[in-house]
Design a binder for this molecule. Structure first.
Ligand code: GLN
Length: 535
């Protein structure tokens, strides 16, 4: 039977529950335990696929095509595991299941209520991954903050499970904030006391407190927290601000988090966690010997979390070359034909980001033209690839009104058009081409050189695709389709000949880059950008 760790948050949102969960999972993995993490989100959307990045940051996609919370990206990147639909559950999905069952007559004669029906469904889902027998430990992160109305059924489910699973099989970690009042020159414990009280009022006593802080916690503060929050002294863990998310497993190790957790779960804890490769990665991340500047062109660049997987994939790839990859966010709406030199001239590489809708599209197309003509390494991801196709059609094939049907439904040259499988689709949720598909690579291509494989698999999330009616003209003019999904006859990768590095991919390689396994396309692009800089 799997043991369960529940992670709740108090005082404030954005304290980094996902990073904490991934970090302790890393420590436990380093001791040989098989660990997975799941996230329960209290909002009513069935999944975050219909949320725009302003609402909830990036939407992460799993191999099995689930549109999920971005924390699943952290779990995969930290643990080098694959997650699935089962790792992310929302209130919407819980209610949908219960309501469907009610309609089928599963509760015939009964009043269907939050307790027990909703909480039972939450509990069933919380236990699901653990029942596969694949994991020693399942970590469940609860989205939201204790005290939120919508979190209550989840807290109640945790309360019941803690009781049902028994003392050695389940524990609750509560992540909280210890603010520093500069006027008083003091760290304050009161918000944490209140948050623990709120949790206890709902019947859940946390076992371990993880205290986010800007300053070190001294012994007095630690013992005060232990005494007033009713936890053992060794269960008060400091989580001081870290230079990067990748430092957090080491901070947690220094706080003995793994030992404390394993003791509570009655699991062997002798020796130390071995995650030396991770430490070597962090050492290289801290000590780069060179630096490149990559322009990331998108329309959500002002949001830290909108392109989080792309940013992290660049860190993984940069470390391979001991190179700091400085991402220069460039709003696609700020680009026009008059300022390209000023905005793009100094860059060592240009990435055009994924996206939906026509806002900022012309800026993206201009940036690609600039990269193509000035031989700057270019990497287009999903919409970025589609824009590269449009740019080539307009400026090389002279199809002046070439466009994607998504942006211009009346264009006479729809070089990007709606996939056949999407034509009948009218519902928005979970209806795109989602998840992993295979792609055959052309032997003498850049893609083949980077992947070193005949066939690869990467994850998709889009409705539109390359229009094969134009393929021959493109190939004759020097833009080649070097990756194809043979089953569905879809172009997945395009490259431009006679260019140091020009590649566009219809899929999202950023989703599958991890610390242990940086993605080959990101590595290749970084290498090309370094070469460009050193030229
Ligand atoms: N909007 C484009 C499509 O739906 C690209 C999607 C994306 O970049 N993820 O095909």
């Amino acid at each position: 039977m799997s043991k369960h760790i529940f992670v709740t948050g108090g005082v404030s949102s954005s304290l980094g529950k996902g990073i904490f969960a991934a970090s302790i999972a890393k420590l436990l993995q380093g001791r040989g335990y098989k660990v997975t993490i799941q996230k329960f989100d209290p909002y009513i959307n069935v999944d975050p696929g219909t949320l725009n990045p302003y609402e909830h940051g990036e939407c992460f996609v799993t191999d099995d095509g689930a549109e999920t919370d971005l924390d699943l990206g952290h779990y995969e990147r930290f643990l080098n595991i694959r997650t699935s639909q089962a790792n992310n559950v929302t209130t919407g999905r819980i209610y949908q299941t219960v309501i469907n069952k009610e309609r089928e007559g599963a509760y015939l004669g009964k009043t269907v209520q939050v307790i027990p029906h909703i909480t039972d469904e939450i509990k069933r889902r919380m236990l699901l991954l653990g029942e596969s027998g694949e994991y020693d430990i399942v970590i469940t992160e609860l989205g939201g903050t204790v005290g939120d109305i919508e979190s209550l059924p989840y807290i109640e489910a945790v309360r019941q499970l803690k009781w049902e699973l028994g003392k050695d099989n389940a524990l609750v970690c509560h992540l909280t904030l210890i603010p520093f009042l500069s006027a008083a020159g003091e760290l304050k414990t009161k918000p944490t006391q209140h948050s623990v009280k709120e949790l206890s009022r709902n019947g859940v006593q946390p076992d371990i407190l993880i205290c986010r802080t800007e300053h070190k916690l001294d012994d007095d503060i630690r013992s005060k927290l232990a005494r007033f929050c009713n936890v053992d002294l060794e269960c008060v863990l400091e989580a001081i601000d870290a230079p990067s998310i990748y430092h957090v497993p080491m901070l947690m190790e220094a706080e003995n988090a793994d030992v404390t957790i394993l003791k509570k779960l009655a699991l062997p804890y002798e020796g130390k966690s071995n995650f030396d490769n991770w430490k070597a990665f962090v050492h290289k991340l801290n000590n780069p010997v060179k630096k490149i500047e990559i322009g990331l062109i998108g329309k959500y660049v002002e949001l830290q979390d909108a392109y989080i997987s792309i940013n992290e994939a660049f860190k993984h790839a940069g470390v391979v070359f001991s190179c700091k990859v400085e991402i220069i966010p460039i709003h696609s709406e700020s680009l026009n034909t008059t300022n390209l030199d000023e905005k793009l001239g100094k860059l060592n590489g240009i990435v055009v980001a994924p996206g939906f809708g026509d806002r900022g599209i012309e800026g993206k197309i201009e940036a690609i033209r600039y990269a193509r003509l000035n031989k700057i390494p270019f990497f287009g991801i999903c919409l970025g690839m589609q824009c590269a196709v449009i740019e080539f059609a307009r400026n090389v094939l002279s199809l002046k009104d070439a466009h994607s049907l998504e942006m211009d439904p009346s264009t006479t040259n729809p070089v990007i058009h709606l996939m056949a499988s999407q034509k009948e689709v009218s519902k928005k949720g979970g209806t795109m081409r989602l998840g992993q598909y295979s792609c055959d690579l052309a032997k003498d291509s850049l893609a083949y050189k980077l992947y070193q494989a005949d066939q690869i698999k990467d994850r998709h999330r889009h409705r539109y695709e390359f229009n094969n009616d134009y393929l021959e003209s493109f190939e004759n003019a020097g833009m080649l389709a070097t990756g194809k999904n043979v089953e569905n006859n879809l172009v997945e990768i395009i490259e431009v000949k006679d260019h140091p590095f020009f590649i566009g991919v219809q899929f999202h390689p950023e989703y599958s880059s991890t610390v242990a396994k940086p993605h080959p396309l990101f590595k290749g692009f970084v290498e090309a950008a370094i070469a460009m800089k050193e030229q």
